[in-house]
Design a binder for this molecule. Structure first.
Ligand code: MG
Length: 483
């Protein structure tokens, strides 16, 4: 939960007879009003503005804050209309309210006139509001520099105020508070006497908001005190962990454009070089963007009044995770199908022709597995198949690979069948002296009765043994003696 702690100070200054500034300090609402007008008109106008806000805003919402400002405008305008002594009175109004939105707390800043709101964050002072003044308009048009504006003789002429007309336009800004933030509300009696650099230095030096506010007023008097001086320093002392999130992950400010026009009054002499556009975009949102974003949240809240605040793990996150898992599963399936959906014929470590499942060359972490040892030795493989088997001939299915093996066996069997038959009386091949033997393919054994199938065979269900050595010729039998 975001909580604020404010301190304030106000002073007549060294040249004015009365203090026409007024201020409001409460738990969730802070305001500065700088009155103007003859006699006591300015004092009355600022007091009416603060009183109206206090009575009408209540538990602040952006709408109630804006309504309070417009109501104050009407009250002042109507009062001036019926009291000739107060004719032409008016006041500036700069206020900040802590708003409990559906997705967290916000600080809403409203402004009419040339009182200011500053944000001091990360040792950087940024002006939130834009002055409604003649010199600021000239500066916007490029006809005045910051230095010329600070000493311009008409810098006290404002172009917008409460109580001057029946209706008033109110500027609105949004700040997403972070623990450690400091906001400053002040009348022109402060910033016309104390530079932004000295304001920032004072905020760095004095931790207590009351001490900081009083010190700033003292400095304004020290530098001349030519106007009433009012200052409120507001500390964000808790933000429900938002500052930690901002430092480690997503920015604390919801996305919105950075409107330089809304920051035209930025004039911190010692921070202008340091403050980046990103800093300003994070710190301050424009009025129109804030209103549209709030409207969307209001709509959502009205449709689902009992629904708790959205959590980080939403249905969108869940849907994304489910989709991600599905994509990963499909991808893994495709990879597995590619790696394991193929068969190839190659030599195993012992030089035997073997049927494998998988890729001849290991793909990722998939190694081929043995489907069948054919029993065909490398020396038996016909020359026309030899290179393909060495490379690992791949087939899209097991049946295709087995057909390829059948072709190899067929050629081997035909070659064996063409070996010249041994002569009559050849010894049985079971004779160990017959020399080395070769195991024939199974298909060869399935045709034992073929007449040209070589010498003596030993049939079995799986193999046939045949001698490849020349037949042994028996020694000649001596001729019988003549009678
Ligand atoms: Mg003033």
């Amino acid at each position: 939960m975001t909580t604020l702690h404010g301190g304030s100070a106000t002073d007549t200054g060294r040249t004015r007879a009365i203090n026409q500034d007024d201020l409001l300090v409460s738990e969730q609402l802070y305001a500065v009003a700088d009155g103007m007008g003859g006699h006591q008109g300015g004092e009355v106008a600022s007091a009416l503005a603060i009183q109206t806000l206090r009575e009408e805003v209540g538990d602040p919402t952006p709408e109630s804050l804006l309504a309070g400002a417009r109501s104050a405008n009407k009250v002042i305008f109507q009062r001036a209309a019926v009291d000739p002594d107060l004719f032409g009175m008016g006041t500036t109004l700069c206020a900040v309210a802590l708003i409990d939105e559906i997705d967290g707390h916000e600080l809403i800043v409203i402004n009419v006139g040339d009182s200011r709101a500053y944000l001091f964050r990360d040792q950087t002072l940024t002006q939130i509001t834009r002055d409604h003044s003649l010199v600021e308009d000239l500066r916007q048009e490029g006809r005045l520099t910051d230095e010329e504006l600070a000493v311009h003789p008409h810098r006290n002429i404002i172009t917008r105020a409460l109580g001057i007309a029946p209706e008033v336009e109110v500027d609105e800004f949004t700040v997403i508070p972070q623990r450690g933030d400091r906001l400053v509300l002040c009348s022109d009696g402060l910033f016309n006497e104390v530079t932004s650099g000295r304001i920032a230095a004072t905020l760095r030096r004095l931790a207590d908001p009351d001490d900081a506010a009083q010190e700033l007023v003292r400095q304004a008097n020290e530098n001349g005190g030519r106007d009433n001086i009012t200052c409120i320093v507001i500390d964000v002392v808790d933000d429900d962990g938002r500052a930690v999130d901002a430092a480690t992950a997503a920015p604390a400010v919801r996305p919105r454009r950075s409107d330089r026009a809304d920051l035209a009054g930025f004039s911190s002499a010692d921070t202008a070089e340091d403050a980046t556009d990103a800093d300003r975009a994070e710190a301050v949102g424009s009025s129109s963007d804030a209103q549209s974003a709030r409207q969307r949240r209001r709509t959502a809240r009205s449709e689902k009044p009992d629904e708790p605040r959205p959590r980080r793990f939403t249905w969108r996150v869940a849907a994304f995770l489910v989709l991600l898992v599905a994509v990963l599963a499909v991808t893994a399936g495709i990879i597995a199908w590619y790696a394991r959906g193929t068969y190839y014929v190659g030599f195993d470590d012992h030089g035997q022709v073997t049927l494998y499942q998988g890729r001849a060359k290991t793909f990722l972490w998939f190694h081929p597995t043995v489907v069948d040892h054919t029993g065909i030795d490398s020396t038996q493989v016909p020359a026309q198949f030899n290179d393909a088997v060495i490379d690992g001939k791949e087939w899209p299915s097991r049946s295709a690979a087995e057909q390829y093996l059948a072709n190899i066996r067929k050629v081997i069997c035909q070659g064996v069948a063409e070996v010249p038959a041994p002569g009559p009386g050849a010894p049985p091949t079971s004779n160990p002296a017959a020399g080395p033997t070769t195991t024939l393919p199974r298909e060869c054994a399935s045709r034992p009765s073929e007449p040209r199938f070589g010498p003596t065979t030993t049939s079995s269900t799986t193999s046939t043994t045949v001698s490849t050595l020349p037949p042994v010729v028996p020694p000649p039998t001596p001729a019988p003696p003549a009678p």
